[in-house]
Design a protein around this ligand. Structure first.
Ligand SMILES: [Zn+2]
Length: 268
């Protein structure tokens, strides 16, 4: 280290959460590529005209200079890379953005590198800003997140006996981590979720494709419900507890198509 300021580092980050701290400061939870989730304070960020304040809104993709601290880091400079304005000013998109941000946070560990999760989140927020199919994005994101963290559900063969699955309706067990054949489904007392042949085909397509290839998929209402239940039970089982913003997402999803919020949503 030749800078003479060995405790200063720069990083890209996405603002996952924040809360007020003291009179005018803000505490941020950030996802970074090299350090996973970190917490950092932004001094004076709530003062009018603060240089930091304009860059560190919820879900913003930023470049930060950070002074390393023992418990909490301190942000000394912030520049916006992409504010994902379309996401933050539309309640429907915002709720989905918070949902995928929370999933990314739950699989990340403090101070452990998470470059693949970080890149997935940034790319997905970019798609969320423009897609007309935000629910498919959330489902695709959950499946890809599970895959890159080593928890991809088994969708090809029976997760218990390994036998090939007949092209037919089957069931999914989050506890066992995949689809079950007819003889294995009666073993065990875990919760089983219906997975019709149509649902299985869509899940396999989502699992092997990038989002642009599945964005315009026309998924039937029953398949959507089954996929939602399967992916939510799988991610919740992996993460170990319910994902808080899923409840908010359910609420918003039941509303008619949500337009821009007048004046936008302020993240503070
Ligand atoms: Zn089996």
């Amino acid at each position: 280290m030749t800078s003479g300021r060995p405790n200063l580092f720069t990083t890209e980050a996405v603002v996952l959460r924040h809360s007020d701290l003291g009179e005018a400061d803000r505490l941020l939870w950030l996802l970074t590529p090299q350090r996973g989730v970190i917490r950092a304070t932004a001094r004076g960020a709530r003062k009018p005209g603060s240089k930091l304040g304009g860059h560190i809104d919820l879900l913003c993709y930023v470049k930060l200079s950070i002074r390393e601290g023992r418990e909490l880091h301190g942000i000394s400079q912030a520049d916006t890379i992409d504010a994902f304005r379309n996401v933050r000013t539309d309640l429907g998109r915002l709720s989905r953005g918070l949902n995928i941000g929370e999933l990314a946070e739950r699989v990340s560990v403090e101070d452990a590198p998470a470059p693949a999760v970080f890149r997935l989140l940034v790319n997905s927020l970019g798609w969320l800003a423009t897609t007309q199919n935000a629910d498919t994005l959330v489902r695709w994101f959950a499946l890809r997140l599970m895959t890159i963290t080593g928890f991809k559900p088994e969708l090809g063969a029976c997760v218990d006996c390994g036998n090939e699955l007949e092209p037919d309706d089957h069931v999914f067990s989050a506890e066992r981590g995949g689809l079950l054949c007819p003889s294995c489904r009666s073993q065990g007392s875990d919760a089983l979720h219906p997975a019709s042949l149509g649902t299985i085909k869509v899940l396999r397509h989502l699992a092997r494709s990038d989002f642009p290839a599945v964005e315009s998929l026309n998924i039937g209402a029953e398949e959507r419900r089954q996929i939602e239940r399967i992916l939510r039970s799988h991610t919740n089982f992996v993460i170990g507890r319910g994902v808080l913003s899923s409840a908010f997402l359910d609420e918003v999803r039941d509303w008619p198509e949500v337009g821009p919020v007048p004046g936008g949503i302020r993240a503070d």
